[in-house]
Design a protein around this ligand. Structure first.
Ligand SMILES: [Zn+2]
Length: 82
């Protein structure tokens, strides 16, 4: 197993060409490119996703507020007939 390096992130061995030295607070550790990429990329995508969700939620609560506003105009359709 001469060309594999232990990946502290996956806790397994990967081929050396997929590994990079990565600085952690415990010092330098070997880590594979896949987990380095995964750690780097999604944070931006997650932020973007979060922004979209927030906009959707705002739109939805605005629509619900509109429905609530209409409710007193049509109380029977709003299920208040019992
Ligand atoms: Zn790995």
């Amino acid at each position: 197993m001469a060309d594999t390096v232990y990946c502290y992130c996956c806790r397994t061995h990967h081929p050396r060409e997929l590994m990079r030295l990565f600085r952690t607070r415990h010092g330098l550790r070997w880590r594979c490119l896949r987990t380095i990429d995964a750690a780097r990329r999604p944070s931006g995508e997650r932020d973007e996703f979060g922004r979209q969700m927030t906009a959707q939620n705002r739109e939805q609560s605005r629509r619900l507020a509109d429905l609530g506003h209409l409710r007193h105009l049509y109380p029977l359709e709003a299920g208040e007939s019992r």
